[in-house]
Design a binder for this molecule. Structure first.
Ligand SMILES: Cc1cc2nc3c(=O)[nH]c(=O)nc-3n(C[C@H](O)[C@H](O)[C@H](O)COP(=O)(O)O)c2cc1C
Ligand code: SF4
Length: 485
């Protein structure tokens, strides 16, 4: 049965410093690499965000925009007034096209080089620190001038303010060390400056790590204190991420360090092997700590939250106030509208294979592997409700292959074309569960996550551009061989 939005918390509004969000779904910032090195809004950037806006999430946070002139491949910028007109046009179009509210994430980062060297917050003198604080204030003012509904300060992952918060920040001059207060000092100065520049009525969000996910890094204890400080300084929401640190990043010879290559990177953008909602304990702990101290600042939870049932449960259980959904909305930006309108069963599910992340790492334009090969954005969903059909005699076969199972099937047909195939698997007569998807051109899938000696059944479901799903083809049964001994 499809999820019912009526009476749900997920589709109830929330007002953040006077800004009404129509639902609790947030598109967290996601770098697109669609701008040039010039940092200006171009047609591709515009089309990407207009596509997201069509899905009508409550809040959309535009990708991290650089606030300093340090080079960083293709990245939007808010580091100079010359960027304001392009951003202004974009926001105007977004507002005209959708009820979604639009914020901008602003980021300060330090220098890195292809040799693996990186500048650290320990290298910044007092003047440089003041420069960081001023740059946040100036960029926030530009974001407001451009007409955004709010500004989000990036204090997560590997970047400057996050590195001040980090337990790896061992400065001894009052801006680091064991003391939470000292590690909070520069982020607090930046937040206070931002508030000064944007005024008392403007929504300011903070994104930071609930846990660094590196050895000896901080976890939810320190993070809760950070959140309380941000709330007391007037932050209007806190968005909880995890990991994404340089400390455990894997250096590829001749390439700049990418902070999502180690375990902490996995925790930030968890792949298919991790459980759904794995980081929710962080937003839960932080929300609890805030409430205990009388701070009623909304908390955003993010990290492999893909189904409306899970999202609703997180809200009902008081583990977060807003649900961040990055890659699922990249895979299918219409998720909020489909779910709201009772068509959750036409959502195209993200398969968390992190192809988008790999594109980001290489500074290539970020797209989803499930889209059609040459599409730069998620295809428009037509309004038809006719699902793909299987031709007479269609069949799916399963054979043992390299320690796993190989599935092959007959192509389905659809008026507008088959967009993809979902692979459903049942283990030992249990329920069928979606394990992965293949693009529409593919008629083969290798399942590497089987256990020899276990009976499996598989079904294939074809879906079209609107997400309409065929009846399942199959089932086909197989018990992969167990190794001897
Ligand atoms: C391609 C890509 C780019 C990202 N860029 C940003 C960013 O600019 N700022 C940020 O705070 N997080 C960024 N993230 C992290 C996401 O906002 C999100 O926290 C993460 O993907 C986990 O959420 P999900 O499981 O819903 O995708 C990015 C993630 C991806 C996959
Ligand atoms: S590329 Fe993979 S992980 Fe990224 S949005 Fe698409 S399906 Fe999800």
């Amino acid at each position: 049965m499809s999820f019912s939005a009526r009476g749900s918390l997920l589709f109830s509004p929330l007002t953040v410093r006077g800004l009404r969000l129509e639902n609790r779904i947030v598109l967290p910032a996601m770098v697109t690499r669609l701008s040039g090195e010039d940092g200006l809004v171009n047609g591709d950037v515009r089309d990407r965000y207009l596509r997201f806006a069509k899905g009508e999430p409550g809040l959309m946070v535009l990708e991290a925009m650089g606030i300093n002139e340090t080079r960083s491949g293709p990245l939007l910028r808010a580091s100079h007034d010359r960027f304001v007109p392009g951003l202004k046009d974009l926001v105007r179009e977004l507002h005209a096209s959708s009820p979604t509210k639009v914020a901008a994430q602003i980021i300060h980062f330090l220098k890195i080089s292809r040799s693996g060297w990186r500048q650290r917050v320990q290298d910044l003198d007092r003047k440089a620190i003041e420069g960081v604080v001023e740059a946040y204030g100036d960029a926030a003012a530009r974001v407001r001038d451009a007409g955004f509904d709010g500004v989000e300060m990036h204090m997560a992952h590997a970047y400057t303010l996050s590195s001040f918060l980090s337990r790896m920040n061992d400065r001894r001059d009052g801006f680091g060390g064991a003391s939470v207060e000292n590690r909070l000092r520069v982020p607090s100065m930046a937040l206070a400056r931002v508030r000064e520049r944007v005024g008392p009525d403007y929504p300011v969000g903070i994104r930071f790590d609930g846990e660094e996910a590196i050895k000896d890094g901080y976890s939810v204890g320190d993070a809760s204190l950070f959140a309380v400080r941000f709330a007391r300084l007037g932050a209007d929401y806190v968005s909880v991420s995890a990991g994404g640190k340089f400390e455990d990043a894997i250096h590829v010879e001749g390439e700049p360090l990418y902070p999502y290559t180690g375990y902490s990177g996995d925790r930030c953008m968890p792949g298919a092997g991790y459980p759904d909602g794995l980081n929710v304990y962080l937003s839960e702990g932080i929300r609890h700590a805030l409430k205990e101290r009388g701070c009623h600042v909304p908390v955003v939870a993010t990290g492999k939250i893909r189904t409306p049932e899970l999202a609703e449960k997180i809200l009902r259980d008081g583990r977060a106030d807003l649900i961040g959904m990055a890659r699922q909305l990249l895979a299918d930006p219409d998720w909020p509208r489909k779910v709201r309108d009772g068509h959750a069963d036409t959502v195209v599910p993200c398969v968390y294979n992190n192809v988008c992340k790999a594109l980001d790492e290489r500074f290539h334009r970020v797209r989803c592997t499930l889209w059609r090969k040459h599409d730069l954005h998620a295809p428009e969903a037509p309004s038809d409700r006719a699902p793909p059909v299987w031709p007479a005699g269609a069949r799916v076969t399963a054979t043992g292959h390299r320690g796993g199972v190989r599935l092959e099937w007959t192509a389905a047909t659809d008026d507008g074309g088959v967009y993809g195939y979902m692979i459903l698997r049942s283990e030992a007569d249990g329920p069928f569960v979606h394990v992965d998807s293949a693009r529409g051109v593919s008629l083969r899938f290798d399942d590497h996550s089987t256990l020899g000696g276990t009976p499996y059944r598989y079904e294939i479901v074809a879906y079209d551009l609107a997400g309409n799903r065929s009846r399942p083809l199959g089932p086909v049964a197989i018990t992969p061989e167990a190794p001897h001994g």
